[in-house]
Design a protein around this ligand. Structure first.
Ligand SMILES: [Zn+2]
Length: 323
């Protein structure tokens, strides 16, 4: 009787052990599967993110190709309007001449990948504009001026000189008063179309490149910037922000050497750099910095170019992120 119970007991124990063993192997198997599936899921997720990024880049390049095609179509379409055609021709010519000049002037000794640098001057014209233009002319370099509206004779001549010397005349806003232009979409429209019509009247060229005051990422606009972006897109305008700040707008009063240094340490990070500088009478250091900045940029083989419709978009809020 006792033996029987003992036998029964050990059999029960054995069975329990077997069951435990089976449970363990099932659990281990399931565990292994869970690990394999998790690894697969992570791998697929990484792949998905990679593909999404790739798609984004493709979309970007499609959009820029479309933009160029549209521009060409526009140029071809306006052939009946003699004046306009000659303007867009001279624009294109100025652009290509600038590119050739840039390449010839740079002569990179080491054949590193081409580095494009776009010098941009905001808020002019000012007492410094002619000094800036003199330096650029002497160095045979084209740049971009994002101007505001002044109706005095000296300013009118400066707008004309910017265009005549092959630089890009970009729009920045007529008043540059944040509380006015960013009050409503209508206020913004009125300011921008006023500036465009004014510059067209003074120079004969209709500007299509612009920069939002404070940049597209400004935090002061009353209106959603995406709404303003949709508007400028609809008007056929292309806006540019910047990826390099010289620092001449900060409260810290940089010396010209420091401004050059600020630009040079950043410029090596990008294949396309849009450099933010200011053309106002208070910014003497900017004018002073210009010659050494150009020298040092050319030393590293950078091409110095004016912004045009083919320039890689540098935008804080990318236009293709706005539906
Ligand atoms: Zn500004």
């Amino acid at each position: 009787m006792e033996e029987k119970t003992e036998n029964g007991f050990s059999e029960q124990q054995m069975r329990r052990r077997r069951v435990n063993k089976m449970k363990m192997s099932i659990l281990t198997g399931a565990g292994v599967w869970i690990i394999i599936l998790s690894v697969l899921m992570v791998a697929m997720f990484v792949k998905l993110v990679f593909l999404e990024n790739k798609l984004e880049r493709l979309e970007e390049s499609i959009i820029s190709v479309q933009r160029v095609v549209e521009e060409q179509k526009k140029a071809a379409g306006s052939s009946q309007e003699g004046e306009k055609e000659s303007i867009s021709d001279s624009d294109a010519a100025a652009g290509s001449v600038a590119q050739e000049d840039g390449q010839a002037g740079n002569m990179p000794v080491e054949t590193e990948q081409s580095r494009k640098v776009y010098l941009t001057f905001d808020d002019g014209p000012s007492e410094n504009t002619s000094k800036i233009l003199d330096i650029l002319k002497e160095r045979n370099i084209k740049a971009t001026f994002f101007v505001v509206g002044f109706d005095d004779e000296a300013s009118r001549e400066l707008y004309q000189r910017i265009v005549a010397e092959g630089h890009t005349l970009g729009m920045h806003s007529y008043s540059h008063k944040y509380d006015m232009i960013y009050q409503s979409l209508d206020a913004f429209k009125e300011d921008m179309s006023h500036l465009q019509a004014y510059l067209e009247e003074v120079t004969g060229v209709t500007p299509t490149i612009m920069r939002f005051p404070g940049g597209s990422s400004n935090q002061v606009s009353n209106v959603d910037m995406k709404e303003l972006i949709r508007y400028v897109e609809g008007e056929g305008l292309t806006y540019f922000d910047w990826n390099i700040e010289s620092g001449d707008a900060t409260s810290q009063a940089y010396t010209s050497d420091e401004l050059v240094q600020n630009v040079m340490t950043e410029v090596v990070k990008y294949d396309t750099s849009v450099v933010l500088m200011h053309d106002t009478s208070a910014k003497a250091a900017t004018v002073e910095a210009l010659v050494p900045m150009i020298d040092q940029l050319q030393e590293i083989g950078a091409e110095l170019l004016p912004i045009d419709e083919t320039t890689k978009l540098i935008q804080h809020i990318p236009v293709d992120s706005v539906e």
